[in-house]
Design a protein around this ligand. Structure first.
Ligand SMILES: *[C@@H]1O[C@H](CO)[C@@H](O)[C@H](O)[C@H]1NC(C)=O
Length: 119
C-alpha cells in the first residue's frame, strides 16, 4: 500500500506528460490566403491553377456552396490557396503562388464557410 503510492504517482505523471496539451485557443493554426496587394487578374490565374493542376478542393466555392459568397476573386483564391496548401504543405507545397498568397494566423472562416487547418 505504502509502496504503491509513489508508483501510482509516477504513472499519473507519465500520463500527464504524454497527454497532448489543449492550448485553449487553437494556437499554432495557420491558413494560406490571397495577399490583399495582388491584382485580381493575377489572383485569377493562380486560382485557376490551384483548382486545376494544383489539386485544391474547390467544391466549396462553387455557386450555392458555403464559400461561394462573397463572390470575389480574392475570397475564392483564398479558399483555393488554403485548400492547396493544407493538402500539400507536408510534401513541399508552399503558400506562395508567385507572391499572390500569404500565411496568416487568423482563421478566415466565416459563417458556414470553413477554412481547414491541418496539423
Ligand atoms: C471536397 O470537399 C468536399 C467538402 O468538404 C468534400 O465533400 C469532398 O469529398 C472533397 N472532395 C475531394 C476530392 O476531396
Amino acid at each position: 500500500m505504502i509502496t504503491a503510492v509513489p508508483w501510482l504517482l509516477s504513472l499519473v505523471l507519465i500520463l500527464v506528460a504524454l497527454t497532448p496539451r489543449s492550448d485553449g485557443g487553437g494556437q499554432g493554426n495557420q491558413w494560406c490566403i490571397a495577399d490583399e496587394q495582388t491584382a485580381a487578374d493575377v489572383l485569377q490565374v493562380a486560382l485557376d491553377w490551384a483548382c486545376g493542376a494544383g489539386g485544391a478542393n474547390c467544391s466549396m466555392i462553387q455557386p450555392n456552396k458555403p464559400c461561394y459568397l462573397p463572390n470575389t476573386v480574392k475570397d475564392h483564391a483564398s479558399y483555393a490557396f488554403n485548400s492547396y496548401w493544407q493538402k500539400h504543405k507536408h510534401q513541399g507545397g508552399t503558400c506562395y503562388f508567385n507572391a499572390a498568397a500569404m500565411v496568416t494566423d487568423l482563421n478566415p472562416s466565416h459563417d458556414a464557410c470553413q477554412f481547414e487547418s491541418l496539423p
